[in-house]
Design a protein around this ligand. Structure first.
Ligand SMILES: [Zn+2]
Length: 436
């Protein structure tokens, strides 16, 4: 049987008053909606295999909630749990479905969300129709910038400000590839896109505003232009940002980014080759990522701060948030480490014809994502960050040595320096197995 496909799209904007997740230290009950947040999915079936790709305009999702969602999607849409990917776009202005730092999970909202996603999946399964896919990529390099800058003394500052005299050079690359799976009915009617680009989706609006940042702006530009859903998957976005630390005239505006991505997205007009018979397959590995070593001086600092004393911050640390928030978080990591010295992480690869989607459950750096893209045997590999869970930042070893925000110990930076490569290696192994 050749390919069948359907898309789903539902508005998941929370009621006002719902806690928003994304910035540390801020109580953020939603007060206004700038643009709605969505859940979207692509459902594909070929030769008896089904694959579901779900994208949420949220910060992250717990692995245990992904397990639950997969079971519900299996019940209503007959997709095997191993063949469903649930990824967050890492949006910093959506409802909190995780508890971290100062904000708590909105449990009632989360239950509602799961029901809504199951309904979306049931609805998509009922609308599967004969289809064909085209795979392509373009580049959009103007709006994603590596936010870590190496200082004159060899450390790193995250988001150093424009023309900071202490910095010497940008630590690493950006991944400017804009990947696409374009899906149309055999009649020629466009059904939707799965798009993949790599950048932190933050925003310049009021902290109590609901918005979906650049992924939402991309999807809404596509909706306006072609009236179809665009399932947006973020990449290895851990160290890249829409702001620019070189050009003082640069304006950080998510709508501009979204429109530019929509303009760059390869469409049916871009000469994509369409296929009706494609291999759909999946694999995953469950890893135990070691937790990082916490030096005695850092523990002493955390204990002092929690006790209300003053203490000098550990060298190389960079915090966005109150010392108390970080100190409590450092002690939580230490406690977790005593109880169980690893964090579970599922790495997943989905094959859709000539492309592999490699899902990594963390804030992985561009360097790690690019390593997967280079080593994977597919013509195109799209790395998906914040997929199927969240272990927090997973910087490569060199970056840990330099410090900076992403490398400063907290519950959102708790895995050891080898974790990033462990995830990348698993992604490479899985994609090789799927290509074989
Ligand atoms: Zn982040």
């Amino acid at each position: 049987m050749s390919l069948r496909a359907a898309f789903g799209e539902i508005d998941i904007t929370p009621p006002m008053g719902t806690q928003l997740a994304g910035w540390l230290d801020l109580a953020r009950p939603a007060e206004t909606v700038r643009d709605p947040v969505y859940a979207r999915m692509a459902l594909l079936e070929c030769r008896g295999q089904r694959i579901a790709v779900v994208s949420l305009d949220l910060l992250s999702i717990r692995g245990s909630d992904v397990v639950d969602l997969r079971a519900r999607i299996q019940a209503v849409a007959a997709v095997s749990p191993s063949h469903t990917m649930v990824a967050a776009t890492h949006n910093h202005a959506g409802p909190a479905i995780i508890s971290i730092g100062p904000y708590r999970r909105e449990d009632a909202y989360l239950e509602w969300l799961k029901d809504a996603i199951a309904d979306m999946a049931a609805n998509a399964a009922a609308r599967l129709e004969p289809a064909e896919i085209g795979i392509g990529s373009a580049f959009e390099a103007r709006y994603c910038h590596n936010r870590r800058w190496v200082t004159r003394d060899g450390g790193t500052i995250t988001q150093p400000g424009v023309a900071n005299p202490d910095v010497l050079y940008c630590e690493g690359p950006a991944d400017t590839e804009l990947g696409v799976v374009c899906v149309r009915a055999v009649s020629g009617k466009l059904l939707g896109y799965v798009a993949n680009w790599t950048c932190h989706p933050v925003h310049p609006y009021d902290m109590k505003t609901v918005t979906a940042s650049w992924p939402g702006a991309l999807a809404s530009a596509i909706r306006e232009r072609e009236d179809v859903p665009c399932v947006v998957l973020n990449g290895a976005f851990g160290n890249v940002h829409t702001a620019n630390w070189v050009d003082p005239s640069y304006v950080d505006d998510p709508d501009t980014v979204g429109r530019a991505l929509a303009d760059a997205l390869p469409t049916t007009a871009a000469g994509l080759t369409f296929q009706r018979d494609v291999t759909l397959s999946a694999g995953s590995e469950l890893l135990e990522l070691p937790l990082r070593h916490i030096p005695e001086e850092e523990l002493a600092w955390a204990r002092a701060i929690v006790a209300g004393e003053t203490a000098a911050a550990p060298e190389g640390s960079q915090r966005y948030g109150r010392d108390e928030t970080y100190a409590e978080s450092v002690l939580l990591v230490a406690e977790r480490k005593r109880a169980r010295d690893f964090s579970r992480a599922e790495v997943q690869a989905l094959r859709i014809g000539d492309v592999a989607l490699v899902g990594l459950p963390g804030e992985v750096f561009v360097e790690t994502g690019l390593r997967v893209k280079v080593a994977a045997p597919f013509r195109r590999t799209f790395v998906v960050g914040a997929a199927n869970g969240m272990v927090g930042y997973a910087p490569p070893p060199d970056s840990y040595a330099r410090g900076g925000y992403e490398c400063t110990t907290a519950m959102w930076s708790k895995v050891a320096p080898e974790a990033a490569d462990m995830m990348a290696d698993a992604g490479i192994r899985l994609s090789r197995a799927l290509a074989g």
